[in-house]
Design a protein around this ligand. Structure first.
Ligand SMILES: Nc1nc2c(ncn2[C@@H]2O[C@H](COP(=O)(O)OP(=O)(O)OP(=O)(O)O)[C@@H](O)[C@H]2O)c(=O)[nH]1
Ligand SMILES: [Mg+2]
Length: 337
């Protein structure tokens, strides 16, 4: 973050943020998200104050997670779907959760250059993944950014995340509908069939069903449909459809949107939406507590003082890892006294 960036944000008051977002200003929304993403304690307090004022204006959007292995076409699909939605009167925001961004220092997910058509439209708002310390941190920031987008009047929020590791589980925990993109013909294992990602999916779409790929896409569709039968029934009222789409040609996109909307209306009508969001809120509180506790534990002077010695003791076989961990926790707790 540049020093000028910080000082220009500083000139905004809580009211400026709150009013600006309520009026739907993209510029102020972007600045508020920067505030939410900031690790600076002063910014955190201000961000929470802004969120407290806006929380009553949140909750109305259809929150959709979009996952799938790198290169499956998430950004291209978001670009095409986003334009389609805006044409039919929606306001679309795109956020991203990238677990690798904390390592690489830069984020590819949510990159505007991968969504050129949507990025050129005023009614769309696109935000790349924050570079936070941990996946938990990235997801927490994204959840708060999502609330800010809702308060700014976006009625569809698309969250792009890569289908490797734990990020899709975290994203499934902050959306209403989880869309999993698959490739025609790539191995099941590669695509997470065996890793439990498919269990999270509310809708599955085989992308790149175009040109020479079409036949293989149809085969993949049949395979995934068959594979879904072997999964335990997680939900009586909804069985995930497996669709064919082409983000490139736009084929199948209207049907995809119909299914996504159908899933959301099923949630609303059955009362599951409220239930789901309640569970997500509880999960959110726990994640914040874990994040906060880990940070204060990890920076606690007494803990740091003893850490090295205890690590050596474990390495040399003089004590066990659990005993060492318990001692550190005792040191931490005593200081809370
Ligand atoms: N033929 C064909 N190519 C596609 C389609 N969708 C995406 N592609 C191409 O696939 C490549 C990867 O697309 P992206 O949208 O960047 O994929 P992604 O899943 O967002 O990738 P990461 O963000 O890196 O995880 C690009 O070259 C796209 O042009 C499609 O429906 N058909
Ligand atoms: Mg992408």
């Amino acid at each position: 973050m540049t020093p000028t960036g910080r000082s220009s944000r500083r000139t905004l008051s809580i009211d400026d943020y709150v009013e600006g977002i309520r009026k739907g200003s993209r510029r102020i929304l972007a600045q508020a998200i920067t505030l939410v993403e900031s690790q600076h304690p002063g910014d955190t307090d201000q961000a929470q104050e802004v969120l407290r004022h806006l929380v009553a204006n949140t909750g109305k959007a259809h929150r959709i997670g979009i996952s799938g292995i790198p290169g499956v076409g998430k950004s291209t699909l978001i670009d095409a779907l986003g334009v389609h939605l805006i044409d039919s009167g929606h306001r679309v925001a795109v956020l991203a959760v990238d677990p690798s961004s904390s390592l690489s220092g830069g984020s590819l997910l949510g990159d505007k250059s991968r969504m050129p058509r949507l990025a050129a439209i005023d009614k769309a708002f696109i935000r790349p993944s924050p570079n936070a310390q941990s996946l938990g941190g990235v997801t927490l920031r994204t959840r708060e950014s999502l609330l800010l987008c809702e308060a700014a009047g976006y009625d569809v929020v698309l969250v792009e995340t890569v289908g490797v590791g734990q990020s899709e589980t975290m994203v499934a925990n902050l959306v209403d509908t989880f869309l999993l993109l698959m490739l025609p013909g790539a191995g099941d294992e590669l695509q997470g069939l065996k890793k439990g990602i498919v269990e999270l999916a509310d809708v599955i779409a085989v992308n790149k069903a175009d040109g020479d790929n079409l036949e293989r896409a149809r085969l993949a569709q049949q395979e995934y449909k068959a594979a879904l039968h072997y999964l335990p029934d997680r939900d009586q009222s909804w069985s995930p459809p497996v669709l064919l789409v082409s983000a490139l040609t736009g084929a199948g996109l209207s049907e995809l949107w119909e299914r996504l909307e159908l899933h959301r209306s099923m949630l609303e009508e059955s009362g599951e939406l409220d239930e789901k969001r309640q569970i997500q809120l509880r999960h959110w509180i726990r994640t914040v507590i874990e994040e906060r506790l880990l940070v204060s534990f990890g920076s606690h002077a007494g803990v740091l003082e003893r850490l090295h010695g205890l690590e050596s003791a474990v390495a040399e076989g003089r004590t066990t890892a659990t005993t060492a961990a318990d001692e550190l926790i005792r040191t931490f707790k005593e200081s809370l006294g």
